[in-house]
Write a protein that binds this ligand. Structure first.
Ligand code: SF4
Length: 226
């Protein structure tokens, strides 16, 4: 059950750098440079040179063939769930290889036509779903659509929790107090224990990563390439 709203976070967890993906993943994959959103602070927006492209399937499968069973892979975008058949193209091959998978998403798939089937597919103990959700991700919405975005996230939280899907909300640039204010009085208040406060990286390409980064153009590097 959820912890009390007053004490949802442990102290160590407060405003920590986003280490999970960078320390765990043997491969971080930019499946696409396209996104359904246009958050003002996003590097995709900052660089007009970035071409909207989807990672080549063969390049992806060749890259994961070098990983070992039990390794962790992080799948991100842009927004991975805007890709047609994204689960079959990117998640299924990684599952077949015996990898653990972190899916990083803005929640675009929630409520779409194939939502129920996606819920069934991601219900796998090797998969965890990280949903980016913070005020930055609401800035491109009209004011009247903001509350339905909270409702959409709460629907997923309820579905995922009852199905036993591993998931969390990740709020970049927010500490626990800011998150509590952000969700107070919304349908997400009940899921405050699923939130992770994260420090903002001013320069994502300077962050050390354990493994490699596979960009949507097929380049492999030791850093996050923007
Ligand atoms: S959802 Fe993520 S990738 Fe998409 S524009 Fe916002 S910050 Fe960028």
């Amino acid at each position: 059950m959820s912890e009390s709203i007053e004490q949802p976070f442990s102290q160590e967890e407060d405003f920590k750098p986003d280490n999970e993906v960078y320390e765990k993943a043997s491969l971080i994959v930019q499946t696409t440079s396209s996104c359904s959103k246009s958050c003002p602070e996003c590097y995709l927006k900052e660089n007009p040179e970035i071409k909207k492209e989807e990672l080549n399937q063969e390049r992806y499968e060749e890259s994961i063939s070098k990983l070992n069973e039990g390794d962790t892979i992080a799948l991100r975008g842009g927004e991975i769930t805007t890709i047609r058949d994204w689960f079959e193209k990117f998640v299924a091959p990684a599952l077949n290889k015996g990898l653990k998978i972190i899916i990083e998403t803005n929640g675009y798939f929630i409520g779409k036509e194939d939502y129920q089937s996606i819920l069934e597919k991601i219900n796998d103990e090797r998969i965890s779903v990280r949903i980016s959700f913070d005020p930055e991700h609401l800035k491109d919405l009209k004011e009247e659509n903001v509350s339905s975005e909270f409702e959409k996230m709460a629907i997923f939280a309820e579905d995922a929790e009852s199905a036993g899907i591993n998931f969390g909300f990740y709020s970049l640039g927010m500490n626990s107090e800011q998150i509590q204010k952000f969700v107070r009085g919304t349908p997400l208040e009940h899921y405050i224990n699923k939130f992770h406060p994260l420090a903002f990286y001013p320069q994502i390409s300077a962050v050390e990563i354990k493994g490699k980064y596979l960009k949507s153009n097929g380049n492999i590097s030791d850093r996050i390439e923007v």
